[in-house]
Design a protein around this ligand. Structure first.
Ligand code: COA
Ligand code: AMP
Ligand code: ZN
Length: 428
């Protein structure tokens, strides 16, 4: 068995925990320089010296997305901004987005994390890696880019969309590996079929890294079958750098979460107490190898569990199961995260629109139905103009294009009690 960093990946649990404690203390030292943690640590009387074991982590309060929003843009920075070389930010202009800052060292460590994951699934510097993720603020773009370069692969930063061009690159450059959102993998396979391309006969593809949105084991198998590849689940989130936080090994039985980078907790999202090992709860992560913006006890809102037992690959880092859902109302569509409130905020800006709306997600498309208000005069061209303008504003906000349907007053079901605004008909 070969590893990217054998010493780190196969370290004994005792040594790993020793390393975690050392890094946790260093992180507390660094994080204390940020406006946000400075206040938290003072209130809770936390200093690096007051942390004697990993158990003491529990003395630190949770950090939430709300904290990032409230400290927008730089209130979480633990180093002077001059030391930062990159920021990633969430989409959306309704309210403050979140900002994540990176120093040069952070970017290098993140690239190492991704390279480690890619190596783990058999990718080498002889591979040709094509990234179909959005670049820019989506961390799946630059995150995988830097990781694949560190691995030494030839990279094809194709970015999202334009499936015909993706296929041309795959054929002409001899692409062997893709990073691709699961829903887009099935779409790309359809386009291949329509174009008469047999991936086994006409391409050199052997591996795909799939992540950024929930998917089932059946969906993975379907992707493997359709593209003639092995598909590995990869998990990342912008607040913890991006892709590379956890990744499946060749056993395809859970994702190794790199514990030299993060400390893992699984909590009950209601009581906020730890769940018994192996039970499903919310993933909470503490970054212990970041300098620009380390987050402590960050509530990811993702629901998963620890897979117990040793992995046959020899790696000692814990494994998490594929995600079971979220403990908030965030939706992920085409690899893009969104909150229903973002849609509501845009809709409410238009006097011609009423209060009742329904978001339906089916076959990876989103339909937004919204009732017109009394202020709408029954005019077809006005309806077209309005549809166009609301769609444009929704796309600007969400970074994807919903199908908008403006309907007459009273057309949508009236909800008793708490309104159900979202019907997600996808199966994960
Ligand atoms: N990744 C890459 N391409 C995608 C995609 C995805 N998740 N979902 C759809 N596409 C393709 C479509 O098939 C279409 O291709 P075509 O040009 O061959 O027809 C093209 O992108 C446009 O998609 P469409 O659904 O018509 O437009 P949209 O405005 O609703 O969505 C996207 C725009 C797809 C560009 C936007 O949703 C996106 O950037 N998604 C990727 C997000 C990402 O990379 N996340 C990773 C986070 S780590
Ligand atoms: P972002 O910060 O935009 O990268 O989005 C991070 C979120 O995407 C996570 O909190 C998860 O909800 C989701 N996500 C990322 N990877 C996966 C995956 N492999 N499976 C399911 N959901 C994922
Ligand atoms: Zn393994």
């Amino acid at each position: 068995m070969t590893y990217w960093q054998a010493d780190m990946e196969t370290m004994s649990r005792a040594d790993l925990e020793k390393l975690q404690l050392k890094r946790l203390k260093e992180t507390i030292q660094t994080a204390g320089n940020s406006t946000f943690y400075n206040k938290v640590f003072k209130e809770q009387k936390i200093t690096p010296d007051s942390i004697h074991s990993l158990e003491d982590l529990k003395r630190i309060p949770f950090t939430t997305k709300e904290d990032l929003r409230n400290n927008y843009p730089f209130g979480m920075a633990a180093v002077p901004i001059q030391k930062c070389v990159r920021l990633h930010s969430s989409s959306g202009t309704t309210g403050n987005p979140t900002v994540v800052l990176h120093s040069a060292k952070d970017i290098d460590e993140w690239a190492n994390q991704v390279a480690r994951c890619m190596y783990m699934v058999g990718l080498r510097n002889t591979d040709i890696f094509q990234n179909t993720s959005g670049y820019g603020m989506f961390t799946g773009g630059l995150g995988f880019q830097y990781g694949a370069e560190k691995l030494g692969a030839l990279t094809v930063p194709a970015a999202a969309g334009n499936s015909k061009r993706q296929l041309k690159f795959i054929a002409d450059f001899g692409t062997t590996c893709l990073h691709i959102i699961p829903s887009y993998a099935t779409r790309l396979a359809e386009v291949m079929q329509e174009s008469g391309i047999d991936p086994r006969r006409d391409t050199k593809l052997h591996t795909v890294c799939i992540g950024a949105e929930p998917h089932s084991e059946e969906q993975r198998k379907r992707i493997e079958e359709l593209l003639g590849v092995k598909a590995y689940n990869c998990f990342g989130m912008s607040e913890m750098n991006g892709p590379g936080v956890a990744f499946e090994c060749k056993e395809q039985n859970g994702l190794h979460i790199w514990e030299d980078y993060v400390i893992v907790e699984i909590i009950d999202p209601i009581t906020l107490e730890p769940v018994p090992e192996g039970e499903v709860g919310e993933l909470v992560l503490t970054a212990i190898n970041r300098e620009a913006m380390p987050l402590l006890r960050y509530r990811t809102r993702d629901l998963t569990r620890i897979i117990q037992g040793k992995c046959a690959c020899g790696r000692t880092h814990k494994r998490i199961d594929r995600f079971k859902g979220r403990s908030d109302d965030m939706l992920i569509l085409k690899g893009v995260n969104l909150f229903p409130i973002q849609i509501e905020t845009i809709l409410m800006k238009f006097n011609e629109l009423g209060n009742n709306y329904l978001i339906t997600i089916e076959n990876d498309e989103m339909q937004v139905e919204v009732e017109l208000s009394d202020l709408f005069t029954d005019d077809y061209s006005q309806l077209q103009r309005l549809t166009k303008e609301v769609t444009r504003q929704l796309k600007d906000e969400l970074l994807l294009t919903p199908k908008l349907k403006l309907v007459g007053r009273g057309s949508l079901p009236v909800q008793e009690g708490k309104a159900v605004r979202v019907k997600d008909l996808r199966k994960f």
